[in-house]
Write a protein that binds this ligand. Structure first.
Ligand code: OXD
Ligand code: MN
Length: 642
């Protein structure tokens, strides 16, 4: 593991409270990192829980905590035949998604957060958080959860500790990360680690000591998710949901890790990771970036329709990519579980995910059947005649409301995934052969296009736009720019992040992976999808593999390389030639309008936008003008663009 500046003094000294006043269990003998030992005591002293429990991530701990939550009414045990060892949680209706408007980057310098992040000065934010966290765990247990992101001791792995007063978060962390004493033991006196403090913000005793009745899903109307990049710390208050509460995921593995990666020359990305094997046994590793809820989990668990091709899963949401000692880019999935969107998942759309979540799974905000099973929109074509919906109300198909919340989730261990690649265990990561950018685009973006260079690839990544889904708060179906699928996740200035991508490419030189853009979501004039998607997406992956190995060719277009002739294997696929033409149509006028929008978008970042990206935009425009001209002249696009 790379040494980093020591964090010995990153937290304020302990308050002058005598050690006898420290909540029971906070002080743990044998913790090798003195900063960590002091920090736990400091947080316990600030938040005043009734008890402190250090989590070990064991099965016994899972059983104890889930039993306690069932007893307390915050989990419902599902039918053990259908879903052994699995549970349903229903959140507060006001706590159902990531809260981007309450998410802050608290860098010393406001300009380091950039225009896409909310910023607060660290001093003021700490003062406010100290006020909110003061005695906020009264009557509750404080869990201390040490974890590793990535294989313990791996070259790309990192360590963290989350403090939380939510047993739901504690058990979810034991699924999503590698929790336990083995992770704690890795945190030596000088080992960097990321500190996460989380509270649902609902103490069970008031300041006079009177009991407050607990609820199934405690939370607080005041919510904050704050990142302190210079301290490698995260403070989250008031929400128990997903990325707001499971701090290793978006907060650490993306926002904080992106700042560490910037300083150390690697990449922390919102990417799935797969191993693709061709019929002749050649294997390729692909890292693919998509905005939230664009089907990353489906792609990560793809069942190819193309005979002989195999996709194996390494990760479905986050990848850390780091130049290895041999000069190639290597990647790990830092997580150990899935926190996947349930609605839309079915035996048809993702049979692997359905199997993965059959047991030892926590479902959140799905509907409950009369048999103690789970249901969500899209799980079966016909909904059951009666359900209890995600808010606990009786539901019938006539209710007129969704039975499951559109952002309902399943939390399941990656080891339960039957397509898990052996490489998932590779401590030093897998070599990345291709980087793929995707988004949800009804128009313009073709099924697949290859970037002409790393810089062009970075331009494509920087200009990704996608139609919003239920994973983000706000209106669904809006087109929003989501560079690299990282809009809510880059922990520093977005334009600096683009420059960082250019720098990493320069360091990789000719070992840099090839870059592609895909779009499964393009629709025809009549509004229907032009591409069948799901298992058929393997045809696109196979074409990408062909490009890497030099087996397939491209036709140049104004926006990059498109599959040439029969290069894209369509054998056995029932697709009309007109749909195919529409899928790959590059309309220069529409693209020129998109270029204008890109320029306006770039202008938001002022002179921090790398000149290379402005040059790419100029280049694209001039090729589109030439293509528009040639279309008027009647000559074929490919000839002009070449
Ligand atoms: C997620 C997201 O939960 O991107 O993975 O919102
Ligand atoms: Mn995600």
């Amino acid at each position: 593991m790379q040494p980093q500046a020591t964090h010995e003094h990153r937290f304020p000294p302990l308050p002058a409270t005598p050690l006898t006043d420290v909540p029971d269990g906070a002080w743990r003998h044998g913790v090798a990192n003195p900063d960590l030992a002091r920090w736990v005591v400091r947080i316990a002293t600030l938040t005043r829980p009734d008890a402190v429990v250090w989590c070990d991530g064991s099965e016994a701990e899972w059983s104890r905590l889930t039993d306690e939550m069932v007893e307390a009414g915050s989990l419902i045990r599902l039918d053990p035949g259908a879903h052994p060892d699995s549970f349903l949680a229903r959140s507060d209706p006001a706590d159902v998604a990531r809260i981007e408007d309450r998410t802050f980057i608290c860098s010393q310098d406001a300009s380091d957060a950039g225009p896409t992040n909310n910023w607060r000065a660290p001093g003021g934010m700490h003062a406010e958080l100290d006020g909110l966290f003061a005695e906020c765990m009264r009557g509750r247990t404080m869990y201390v959860v040490p974890y590793s992101m990535g294989p313990i001791g791996g070259a790309i792995s990192r360590l963290g500790v989350q403090i939380t007063d939510s047993p739901y978060a504690a058990v979810s962390l034991s699924v999503m990360t590698r929790v336990g004493d083995h992770a704690l033991a890795e945190i030596g006196p000088d080992t960097p680690w990321v500190a996460g403090v989380h509270s649902v913000g609902m103490p069970l005793r008031d300041h006079r000591g009177r009991r407050i009745e607990d609820v199934a899903w405690p939370s607080n109307p005041t919510k904050y998710v704050c990142h302190f990049p210079e301290e490698s710390s995260i403070w989250s208050f008031g929400s128990g949901y997903g990325g707001n509460a499971l701090l290793p995921k978006k907060c650490f593995a993306l926002r904080i890790a992106s700042t560490i990666a910037r300083d150390e020359g690697w990449l922390a990305e919102h990417m799935l990771l797969i191993k693709l094997t061709a019929p002749d046994g050649r294997a390729f590793h692909l890292a693919a970036s998509f905005p939230s809820a664009c089907g990353k989990t489906n792609l990560a668990m793809l069942q190819p329709t193309l005979p002989g091709w195999r996709v194996e899963t390494i990760g479905d949401d986050i990848a850390w990519l780091r130049p290895g000692p041999d000069g190639t880019l290597r990647a790990i999935n830092p997580e150990a579980g899935f926190f996947g969107v349930a609605p839309g998942t079915s035996v048809e759309s993702n049979p692997v995910a359905m199997d993965t979540m059959r047991r030892h799974t926590i479902f959140t905000n799905v509907a409950l059947t009369d048999d103690g099973e789970v249901w969500w929109e899209g799980k079966t074509a016909e909904p059951p005649a009666h359900l209890i919906d995600w808010q606990g109300y009786h539901w019938t198909p006539d209710s007129g409301t969704p039975a499951a919340h559109p952002n309902a989730r399943f939390t399941a261990p990656i080891e339960q995934c039957r397509t898990l690649a052996e490489d998932w265990h590779a401590a030093d990561g897998v070599p990345v052969d291709a980087i793929v950018f995707g988004g949800r685009r009804t128009t313009n973006v073709p099924l697949v296009v290859q970037a002409e260079s790393w810089a062009h690839g970075v331009f494509i990544g920087a200009t990704v736009a996608s139609e919003t889904t239920a994973a983000q708060e706000g209106a669904v179906g809006r087109l929003r720019r989501d560079p690299f699928g990282m809009l809510p996740f880059v922990g520093y200035d977005m334009a600096d992040y683009w420059q960082h991508w250019l720098d990493v490419g320069a360091a990789l030189g000719d070992r840099a992976p090839a870059v592609f853009q895909v779009n499964w979501f393009r629709r025809g004039e009549d509004g229907t999808f032009l591409w069948p998607g799901f298992g058929e997406n393997a045809r696109v992956l196979a074409w990408i593999a062909g490009r890497i190995s030099g087996d397939t060719a491209v036709t140049d277009s104004a926006i990059g390389g498109l599959p040439e002739g029969a290069g894209l294997d369509l054998d056995g696929l029932d697709i009309a030639p007109s749909a195919l033409a529409e899928l790959f149509d590059v309309d220069p006028e529409a693209w020129l309008r998109e270029c204008d929008e890109t320029e306006t978008f770039f202008d938001e970042f002022g002179d921090r936008v790398p000149q290379v990206l402005r040059t790419e935009l100029d280049h694209l425009r001039s090729r589109l003008h030439a293509a528009a001209q040639s279309a008027t002249d009647g000559s074929p696009l490919s000839e002009v663009a070449a």
